[in-house]
Design a protein around this ligand. Structure first.
Ligand SMILES: Nc1ncnc2c1ncn2[C@@H]1O[C@H](COP(=O)(O)OP(=O)(O)OP(=O)(O)O)[C@@H](O)[C@H]1O
Length: 383
C-alpha cells in the first residue's frame, strides 16, 4: 500500500467517525411536537458525505412541512462546531426534513377502513364547545403540513361541515351503485350526512335513522381513491358520550381521540366523561384542545380568560394526557367557518392557522409515538 493511499484511508476514517459524531449531535435535537429528543423517537437520521458537502436527512413520523426551516436552522447550529474545525472543516451542510407516516397497528381490533392509515376522532363531552370548528381546522392543518387527509362528519344531530367547508348542496358521486366518492374541499376528501340530507329530510332521519346511514357511510366510502390512500381520516363525532358515540368508537379502529373543551367548569367535567368513555373502549386519548380559552379585545388588544384559566392543563395532567393547544375566543374563527373558508385556509400564515397547525403536529406526533409502542412487542410469525 502506498503512503498516499494510507493517508487517504486514515482521512476517510476520520471523516467517518466525525460524521458519526455529527449524527450523535443531531440525535439530541429536540422534537417540539412530541417534546422528546430525536434519539428517544423512532426518527430516522441519515448522514452522507460527497464532495465536501455533508448531507443530512431527518425523517419524522408526522407531517411537518412548515417546520423545515426551523429544523434546518437548529441542525446547522448543532453541527456548526464540527464544520468549523477537524476533518469536516469548511464543509457545507445540506439538510432535508421528511415525514413517513405509519399506520396505527390495531392488534385484535376490527379491520381498519380500507385506504385509511389512521382514524382520529374529534369529540366533546357536550355540544357547542367548538368541536366541529376544531375538527375542520385540524383536518386542513394536517393537510397544510403535507398529509393526505379525509374528514368524516359523523355529527348526526347537526351536520355542519358542508357550511364550514363551503360545500353546501354538493352530493357525493356514487360508484358501482354502492360506494360514495368523497367530495373534495380545500384539498381534503370529505363526507357528511349533510350531503345526503335536504331541507325536506324529516327530523326523525336526523336521529336514530341517521345513525344507520352513518354506518353505511362508514363502510361504503372510497377514501383515498386513485391516490395512495389517506394518512389521516378526521372524524367529527356527535357531541356527548352516549350509546351512539360509544358504538362509533368501538366500531371504527381509532388511532386516538382529541377531546375539545371550553374552560367552563361544566364543559371540563364533560370533557372528563369523554376521556373516560374512550379509555373504557381502549382508545388512546391523544390530548385536549381548550377552545375559547382567551378573549382578545379587538379594540385594545388586551387578553382575558373570561371562562377561567388553566383547566385544560389541569385535566391533561390529572388524566395523564396532553394539552394539545389553546385557542382564543376570536370573532375571526367563527366568521371564517361561517363563510366556508376556515381560518387555516382564509389566512394560512396567520396566528390562528399557526395554532391549528401546532395542534395538528402534536396530535399526529402522539399517534406516531403510540404506533412506535408496538416495537417493544415480540414479533409473532404465523405460519
Ligand atoms: N374559538 C372560537 N372563537 C369564536 N367562535 C368559535 C370558536 N370555536 C367555535 N366557535 C363558534 O361557536 C359555534 C359552535 O361551534 P361548533 O359548531 O364548532 O361547535 P360544536 O361543539 O361542534 O357544536 P355542536 O355540538 O352543535 O356540533 C359556531 O358558531 C362556531 O363558529
Amino acid at each position: 500500500m502506498s503512503d498516499h493511499q494510507h493517508d487517504h484511508d486514515d482521512l476517510s476514517q476520520e471523516v467517518q467517525s466525525e460524521l458519526e459524531r455529527l449524527a450523535e449531535c443531531l440525535g439530541q435535537l429536540h422534537d417540539p411536537a412530541s417534546g422528546l429528543p430525536l434519539d428517544d423517537l423512532d426518527a430516522e437520521i441519515e448522514v452522507g458525505f460527497v464532495d465536501d458537502t455533508v448531507y443530512v436527512g431527518v425523517t419524522l413520523g408526522y407531517p411537518c412541512a412548515s417546520q423545515e426551516a426551523d429544523w434546518r436552522k437548529r441542525a446547522e447550529d448543532s453541527c456548526q462546531p464540527l464544520l468549523k474545525a477537524g476533518p469536516l472543516k469548511g464543509c457545507a451542510l445540506q439538510f432535508e426534513l421528511f415525514s413517513h407516516i405509519p399506520s396505527t397497528p390495531a392488534p385484535g381490533a376490527p379491520e381498519p377502513l380500507a385506504g385509511v392509515k389512521n382514524i382520529v376522532a374529534v369529540a366533546s363531552g357536550k355540544g357547542g364547545v367548538g368541536k366541529s370548528t376544531t375538527a375542520v381546522n385540524l383536518a386542513l392543518a394536517l393537510a397544510a403540513e403535507g398529509a393526505r387527509v379525509g374528514l368524516l362528519d359523523a355529527d348526526i344531530y347537526g351536520p355542519s361541515l358542508p357550511t364550514m367547508l363551503g360545500t353546501e348542496g354538493e352530493r357525493p358521486h356514487v360508484k358501482e351503485q354502492k360506494f360514495f366518492v368523497p367530495v373534495m374541499a380545500h384539498g381534503i376528501e370529505t363526507i357528511s350526512l349533510g350531503y345526503l340530507m335536504t331541507e325536506d329530510t324529516p327530523a326523525v332521519w336526523r336521529g336514530p335513522m341517521a345513525s344507520g346511514a352513518l354506518n353505511q357511510i362508514l363502510s361504503q366510502t372510497l377514501w383515498g381513491d386513485g391516490r395512495d390512500g389517506l394518512d389521516y381520516l378526521v372524524v367529527d363525532m356527535p357531541p356527548g358520550t352516549g350509546d351512539i358515540q360509544l358504538t362509533l368508537a368501538q366500531k371504527t379502529t381509532l388511532a386516538g381521540a382529541v377531546i375539545v373543551t371550553t374552560p367552563q367548569d361544566l364543559a371540563l367535567k364533560d370533557a372528563i366523561k369523554g376521556i373516560e368513555m374512550f379509555r373504557k373502549v381502549s382508545v388512546p386519548v391523544l390530548g385536549i384542545v381548550e377552545n375559547m380559552a382567551l378573549h382578545t379585545c379587538s379594540n385594545c388588544g388586551h387578553s382575558e380568560s373570561i371562562f377561567g384559566a388553566g383547566g385544560g392543563e389541569r385535566i391533561a395532567a390529572e388524566y395523564d394526557t396532553h394539552l394539545l393547544g389553546e385557542l382564543p375566543l376570536a370573532q375571526k374563527i367563527r366568521a371564517d367557518v361561517d363563510s366556508g373558508q376556515p381560518s387555516v385556509i382564509s389566512d394560512p400564515n396567520g396566528e390562528i392557522a399557526g395554532f391549528y397547525c401546532e395542534i395538528a403536529r402534536k396530535t399526529a406526533a402522539q399517534i406516531w409515538l403510540n404506533s412506535g409502542m408496538d416495537d417493544d412487542m415480540p414479533e409473532i410469525e404465523i405460519s
